[in-house]
Ligand binder design. Structure first.
Ligand SMILES: Cc1cc2nc3c(=O)[nH]c(=O)nc-3n(C[C@H](O)[C@H](O)[C@H](O)COP(=O)(O)OP(=O)(O)OC[C@H]3O[C@@H](n4cnc5c(N)ncnc54)[C@H](O)[C@@H]3O)c2cc1C
Length: 390
């Protein structure tokens, strides 16, 4: 494991840190700012912020220059993740497009798709959402039932997607659609690039535990999609989806570690404000959290070293997902312990503005579900890393 960065990477850190210090308004660093403004305003602020970041040359850090990226190393990407978290930069509005769709288009897209998709995504002119899950198809994705029937040079799409992050804000969706009825489960699926403004697309927000609506459900009624808007071969959508999901392996966990370390400090500050830092049980729980956080940091550095060596991570990415999601969830369970029964109130401790922290605690319930649930990750680890029988 290599715990150091190169001189060029450290120079990049200095440049980025200075730019972030000049460009992030201090009020953005406060949770109460983001919880006080409406979701639509927050989305537009974040969208505009990313456009400015692109103009300053801090988008697509490790993407090739030919696609508008910076051509940086995995170490620079890790530094970017670390510094943006540390500076309190808002999260990207185009996470699914940038992390998954763009590298897939670079790998297997047509020249037109590369031209039309990558630049506008990097500049945040087009926001993407992911349409994989359906009411009867989550962990068992191949059970999906949304259909696309070929009619001339278009597919006619009917069906429903659910839990679609950014459903109501997205301009486009990369969706898995069954285009060959009667084919075996993993065959006859295509990945279609659907314009969310098309006739017949109905995106409805779903209200979460926290009151926010970060995801939604999307209904398709006779939506027409050109055959040229199929990514990868028609009927080959399963392999396209597996390629797309494999890009998650590029994520080392550094961004999560940095964010959670800051959250740990917030929880300790709240404990101090409530006069609870002398509580031996709470102290022990906080100590366990810091141990888990440091384990996450070392695991992240190990993964980064593997990426820099060009190693194929394979099922090891399941370890990363399992480790960061449980570290996050246990961290926020400790916050709930701190509040005690008041954690269930919409406004606990009226003297303190805890809404943002409560939102994070509620959000932490979801991290062991999306991106592959913990049970599914454990199956992968058991079968592929430990060699246990299926
Ligand atoms: C916040 C959030 C955002 C999301 N965003 C998106 C998005 O943008 N696009 C999208 O397509 N989807 C999205 N999802 C959906 C997500 O991918 C699914 O929720 C996830 O794949 C689980 O599927 P499911 O909800 O249908 O649960 P199920 O698959 O029905 O699972 C139910 C339970 O059974 C367990 N289970 C299932 N199969 C097995 C097995 N083989 N062995 C052991 N246990 C098993 C699961 O772990 C879980 O505990 C999002 C979900 C959340 C919570």
């Amino acid at each position: 494991m290599d715990l150091t960065f190169t001189p060029a990477e450290e120079r990049f850190r200095v440049e980025l840190r200075a730019w972030l210090a000049d460009n992030i308004p201090p009020r953005w660093r406060s949770r109460s700012f983001w919880s006080a403004i409406g979701a639509a305003e927050a989305f537009e602020l974040r969208r505009d912020w990313e456009r400015r970041k692109y103009d300053a040359g801090f988008a697509g850090i490790s993407w090739p220059r030919e696609y508008g990226g910076r051509g940086g190393t995995p170490g620079m990407q890790a530094i970017y993740d670390e510094e943006t978290q540390r500076a309190g930069a808002p999260p990207t509005v185009n996470a699914l497009g940038l992390a998954f769709l763009a590298p897939t288009v670079m790998a297997i897209g047509t020249d037109e798709q590369k031209r039309d998709i990558i630049g506008p995504m990097l500049r945040n002119e087009v926001i993407w959402c992911q349409g994989f899950s359906e009411p009867g198809a989550g962990s068992d994705l191949a059970a999906l039932r949304t259909t696309g029937v070929l009619d001339g040079d278009e597919f006619v799409v009917n069906g429903q997607k659910v839990w679609t992050t950014n459903a109501v804000y997205a301009d486009k969706m990369f969706a898995l659609v069954r285009t060959e009825p009667g084919a075996q489960r993993h065959r006859g699926i295509s990945m279609l690039l659907i314009d969310m403004r098309s006739d017949g697309v109905d995106a409805r927000p779903l209200r979460q535990l926290s009151g926010a609506s970060e995801f939604g459900e999307v209904f398709f009624t006779d939506v027409r999609v050109k055959v040229t808007d199929c990514l990868g071969g028609a009927g080959d959508g399963w392999s396209t989806a597996m390629l797309l999901l494999s890009f998650e392996r590029g994520a080392s966990g550094i961004a999560q570690y940095t964010a959670f370390r800051g959250q740990f400090d917030e929880i300790v500050a709240a404990a101090a404000a409530f006069g609870r830092t002398g509580d031996p049980v709470l102290r022990q729980r906080l100590a366990s959290r810091i141990v888990e956080l440091e384990c996450l940091r070392y695991h992240s550095m190990h993964i980064l070293t593997q990426i820099e060596k060009g190693a194929e991570l394979g099922a090891e990415s399941s370890l990363t997902k399992l480790q960061w999601s449980h570290t996050h969830q246990e961290l926020w369970e400790t916050f709930d312990d701190l509040l005690g029964p008041e954690a269930t109130l919409t406004r606990p401790r009226p003297d303190a503005d805890l809404r943002g922290m409560q939102h994070e605690a509620m959000w932490s319930r979801s991290v062991t579900i999306w991106g592959g649930s913990s049970q599914v990750q454990r199956n992968i680890i058991a079968e592929r890393l430990l060699g246990l029988p299926r």
